[in-house]
Design a binder for this molecule. Sequence first.
Ligand code: ADP
Ligand code: MG
Length: 508
Amino acid sequence: MDQIGVETPKSPWGSVAPAAPACSLTEVMSEQLANQLTEEDSAFPILADPAADLLLSEDVSDTTSDLMLAKMLQLQFDHEFDDQLRREEKKFNGDSKVSISFENYRMVHPYEDCDSSEDEVDWQDTRDDPYKADKPQTTPRKGFSGKGKNITTKHDAEICGRKNTARMDNFAPEVHVGDGLGMDLKLSNQVFNSLKQHCYSEQRRSARLHEKKEHSTAEQAVDPRTRLLMYKMVNAGVLENINGCISTGKESVVFHADGGSLEEQPVPSEVVLKVFKTTLNEFKNRDRYIKDDYRFIDRFSKLNPRKIIRLWAEKEMHNLTRMKKAEIPCPEVVLLKKHILVMSFIGKDHIPAPKLKDVKLGSEDMKNAFYQVLHMMQQMYQECNLVHADLSEYNMLWHEGKVWLIDVSQSIEPRHPHALEFLFRDCRNVSTFFQKRGVSEAMSVYELFNTVSGMNIPIPPDEDEAEFIAEIMAYEKRNEDHVQRRGKKTFPVSSEDGDPPLIPDSDD
Ligand code: ADP
Ligand code: MG
């Protein structure tokens, strides 16, 4: 809200908005902040009906909140300002080979060109730091300066001592050097060098500590809007507490939280919040998973980028619900709020179940794990009408003596034009993993593919993978033509979890 009343700067050289104060996860959980936010945002509805609150009601609650509204207006303003700046920059530089960047004057972080980052101005261009210290004056390389009688060598204690004292000003700002010059302090080279050494190692230590802290809270990954949403969940009693980050991936950050209660629906005592990152960069390449998914095709074309990210969360929710129905071991959905999906925690006492890649299993357990995965792949394809599309030992957890499937935001239906290629890739990962772990029963990728899909693509001589994939693609092409001939309306677009029919094999 702080900048709403600010006049639109007339030139790109206008004042840059002050950075929003950093807010840590601890602050999110703080009582004082909670009270403050409650006052500012008392309009947040208690989630009496979780289903109704899913997805669609969010815009309503947004606009009833003054704070949100102010932030959204501010964001719009910032974007318009940046657009104008970009035009000015272009005009200014023209075709010149040497160009001047206006980046420092942009309101929105250049790498977060998405409207969630309104408060993140912690980015700074370090190329031109006005506070950077001057290089300390040193004795010339030859080891002395001056001429004849006035020659001064680097060993001149008095002069060098004073110089050393002056050079202390170049230490990091956290090092309090005092007024050495004022009291005519002279530091010997030896003392100066060890002070310098100490100062450097302190700097490195503090950088490491800072890095650790950042990673532990994943602060950099959660923008203020997300923090507010997370707080709202605590405030509404859905969550008791948000404990910390389990994983920071390219596309999501996963937090552990203690479940609270949600009317008519018990919240598991341990849950995770999967926060889909609201920066678009990582999602750019994933279009093809969703834009051809018939369930979302109509909506995809109409949405702005931020809403597309919410679709990922929504997709994961729908896919998990289908899997639960088929009794596949997977997290249970608790709540979806914009780009945050709350689901049950696979693990115990805050310790997440290990990924299959990290767990050491005996040969019997490994063999069982393979058969479980095979069965789950079949169930997913045949009962849930889904292809995982990112199945590997990284997205399977080992918990209570069985394999659990996670990470299904990109899972698609078999009628997706590339579904079978994704299925083949899943099969390759699974087959390779279990064969490497010495499971002699593990099928080859080709057998696995045919067993899961129920198709009967001939295994080429010499097991030529390219030939097999070409066969798969030809099949997909026939299906695509078939869909086009019949028109996509013949396939119900489901936003529910009803299971649309499989494409019949082929009518050619
Ligand atoms: P990404 O798309 O970032 O890979 P995932 O859904 O795979 O997202 O989650 C990342 C990591 O978080 C997983 O590898 C797993 O260790 C942990 N994780 C995710 N969901 C759960 C869950 N429900 N219970 C326990 N750990 C989870
Ligand atoms: Mg994953």
